[in-house]
Design a protein around this ligand. Structure first.
Ligand SMILES: [Fe+2]
Length: 146
């Protein structure tokens, strides 16, 4: 299993690099699953737009994670409701739209759970990620692959 995780893709330059290279990187390295942190992908370098998401998915991204800049583009509050593969930190207020966890299938046929948590050292306060994780693990039963 080869998982590619790309940290912050920032603004137009970052998105252009993804557009020009990601499909080849996936192919050449036989990547089975691709995760990208896209919270700073918008043209002005903060937040993420519907256009960014469409572009990432068309380049082979499987799931997009985010962090403290998730809501910097106002449109995100709306479109995240229809984009289950765009995660927001699970340890934010549960009344906020979107989800912090998803299970998807990799190119080689394995189920992969992706959980998005955010730390808060030098950051805006969010729920304790360790408590959120413990709570998540207590309530989520993962099945063995048959
Ligand atoms: Fe961030």
């Amino acid at each position: 299993m080869r998982i590619l995780f790309l940290g912050d893709v920032v603004g137009q330059t970052g998105c252009l690099a993804i557009k020009q290279n990601l499909q080849n990187v996936i192919k050449e390295n036989k990547i089975d699953f691709t995760i990208i942190n896209g919270e700073n992908a918008a043209d002005n370098g903060v937040g993420i737009t519907q256009n960014n998401i469409d572009e990432f998915f068309s380049c082979g991204v499987d799931v997009i994670t985010t962090g403290n800049h998730i809501w910097d583009q106002k449109e995100t509050y709306e479109f995240i409701k229809t984009q289950p593969k765009l995660l927001r930190p699970l340890n934010l207020d549960e009344k906020l739209p979107g989800a912090g966890f998803i299970i998807l299938t990799s190119r080689n046929g394995f189920k992969i759970g992706v959980l998005n948590l955010m730390g808060n050292v030098f950051m805006k306060k969010c729920d304790d990620l360790f408590k959120t994780m413990e709570n998540f693990l207590e309530n989520k039963k993962l099945k063995k692959r048959l």
